[in-house]
Design a protein around this ligand. Structure first.
Ligand code: SF4
Length: 265
């Protein structure tokens, strides 16, 4: 939910979501349409469907309990290495290395003396990070807790102190060992390279997908395609409509049947 939407807007939606479906079994019993309605405009609606499929797998293969190991989490639909490690570490206290964009930047600066990572290399970054995370004996609960706190601390350091544009080195707890600082802050590999502008949302196919989903979320019956077109195009003809509808169908977010569209049941 937080991928594309600010936390302040996400929190009420998240609270309503977990109140309605507090356990994997509850979510597994829900219909895709209801889950998509609850997801509303949080962005990346396919994640809502993945989340429900994940809940179904958890019910079928894990007795309704979210598994605690990285391996079992990774086997679930829609869960990648980062999410698996984060859930294992933050929800279950398993000392897994959690490497996000912020941690990767801190690693590049402190360890490699580079302003930013040279190229995204998840395997390399994970290995480098694992070498730094305290490796607690599994039977030492205090040490295990410390290792997980280390994860949270590294993420916060990157998010709040060692930010991409304005690192606050004067209040950085690892300033003494930071190779980039010691080297005098040499420019990184993308210095001077113009940043790629984010594609405009207005007028994009994404915007049209959002409008179509908005219309379909508002009703529980199938909407004839002509009426749907008129509702979302608002006069005239827009070639994005057919493209957006086809892509929503391909993503299993919309079902088109007998000349009418609806959310999947
Ligand atoms: S000293 Fe500065 S650049 Fe180095 S890790 Fe700390 S905040 Fe980042």
């Amino acid at each position: 939910m937080l991928q594309q939407t600010q936390a302040a807007r996400v929190i009420p939606r998240w609270e309503a979501f977990v109140e309605r479906w507090p356990s994997p079994a509850d979510l597994a019993r829900a219909g895709d349409a209801d889950v998509l309605r609850a997801w509303d405009r949080l962005g990346y609606p396919r994640r809502a469907l993945w989340l429900r499929r994940c809940a179904v797998e958890i019910v079928e293969h894990h007795d309704g309990r979210v598994p605690a190991t990285r391996e079992d989490l990774l086997a679930l639909p829609g869960i990648g290495p980062y999410t698996a490690a984060a859930v294992a570490s933050f929800a279950f206290g398993v000392p897994e290395a959690v490497v996000d964009t912020n941690v990767r930047r801190v690693l590049a600066r402190v360890e490699e003396g580079s302003e930013e990572p040279w190229a995204p290399n998840a395997a390399r970054d994970l290995a480098a990070y694992r070498a730094l995370v305290p490796a607690p004996p599994p039977d030492d609960a205090t040490a295990v807790r410390r290792a997980n706190r280390w994860n949270a601390a590294a993420m916060e350091l990157g998010a709040i102190v060692c930010t991409a544009r304005t690192p606050a080195c004067e209040r950085c707890p690892v300033a003494e060992r930071c190779a980039w600082r010691r080297a005098g802050y040499p420019a990184g590999p993308t210095a001077g390279v113009p940043r790629r502008k984010q594609a405009r949302y207005e007028g994009s196919d994404r915007e049209m997908r959002g409008r179509i989903l908005h219309e379909l979320r508002a009703t529980t019956t199938a909407v004839p395609l002509d009426a749907l077109h008129d509702a979302v195009v608002r006069g005239g003809h827009d070639e994005r409509f057919a493209r957006a509808l086809a892509s929503l169908e391909a993503d299993a977010l919309v079902v088109v049947d007998d000349g009418a569209a609806s959310l999947p049941s």
